[in-house]
Design a protein around this ligand. Structure first.
Ligand code: BTN
Length: 260
């Protein structure tokens, strides 16, 4: 474990508090679990736990998350006030990851609401949010410089590695800076419990209102047009039948390339 000083991190990251304390671990089960322990022992808000690899990385709905060397596997410890919904923070993580992929690697992304980032139709990053006492732990996993051979065979057709898509290695520090700066700015803007700043950022990136989406919720296929988002981060879709429905969970693709 190598905790970096506040000075080191400020120089690298340019954030006010996210990443002020960073723990780099060589190998860990899951940075989510390590972050929960750090939070229990009083870790400051914004503490980031990064692992070079995870042996029991956690994905959404209890799935395993393959975390070989070369990826960016991190968890951020937050103590949100004002009832900020973890789902909104998870969405903020996905928006920040998409922004970092675009700025640090120059690749177009799609956000699959609420928490996945796709590049060239394959998943390049995922985010989970977990509550632990008064802490919310946001876990962000990015296949940054991952070799496809290091991913399980079953994932190679559906997962993307940013460096493979780009054709060269991506600077991890630059990526981290882009990711955490934007995440912090959305977190601060939303800290009163309002999802609007996160949604506005998503809207700015993808111009989603009025666009067609398709996806799944509760095992059912959903097709329609995005009407907007509610304060708790739910997506509101006008179904092709004309009915307007708010979905708190599911997976819907918002593709940037379709709007430009
Ligand atoms: C998903 O299923 O899309 C969410 C994946 C989240 C993976 C990240 S990697 C860092 C953090 N630690 C974990 O064990 N999971 C999250």
């Amino acid at each position: 474990m190598k905790p970096l000083s506040a000075c080191d991190m400020n120089a690298v990251l340019g954030t006010a508090f996210i990443g002020r304390n960073v723990y780099y671990l060589d190998s860990v089960g899951s940075t989510q679990d390590s972050a929960k322990s750090f939070a229990l022992s009083g870790a400051a808000e914004g503490t980031v736990v990064i692992a070079a690899q995870q042996t029991a990385g956690k994905g959404k709905r209890g799935a395993e998350w393959a975390s070989p060397p070369g990826g960016l596997w991190l968890s951020v410890i937050l103590y949100p006030e004002g009832g900020l919904n973890p789902a909104v923070l998870t969405l903020a993580g996905a928006v920040a990851a998409a922004g970092a992929i675009e700025r640090a690697a120059g690749l177009k992304t799609s956000v699959r609401w609420p928490n996945d980032c796709y590049v060239n139709g394959r998943k390049a990053a995922g985010v989970i949010g977990e509550k632990s006492g008064r802490a919310v732990i946001i876990g962000i996993g990015v296949n940054l410089n991952v070799s496809m051979d290091d991913l399980p065979a079953g994932l190679r057709r559906t997962a993307a590695s940013i460096s493979v898509e780009k054709g060269h290695q991506i600077d991890e520090n630059e990526f981290l800076r882009e990711l955490l700066k934007e995440f912090e700015s959305m977190y601060c803007a939303a800290s009163g419990g309002d999802a609007l700043p996160v949604i506005s950022r998503l809207e700015k990136m993808y111009g989603i209102a009025g666009r067609s989406v398709c996806g799944f919720s509760g095992g059912r296929k959903v097709e329609g047009t995005v009407s907007g988002f509610s304060e708790d981060g739910s997506i509101i879709i006008r179904l092709d039948s004309g009915l307007q429905v708010s979905f708190a969970s599911g997976e819907f693709t918002l593709e940037k390339e379709k709007i430009s």
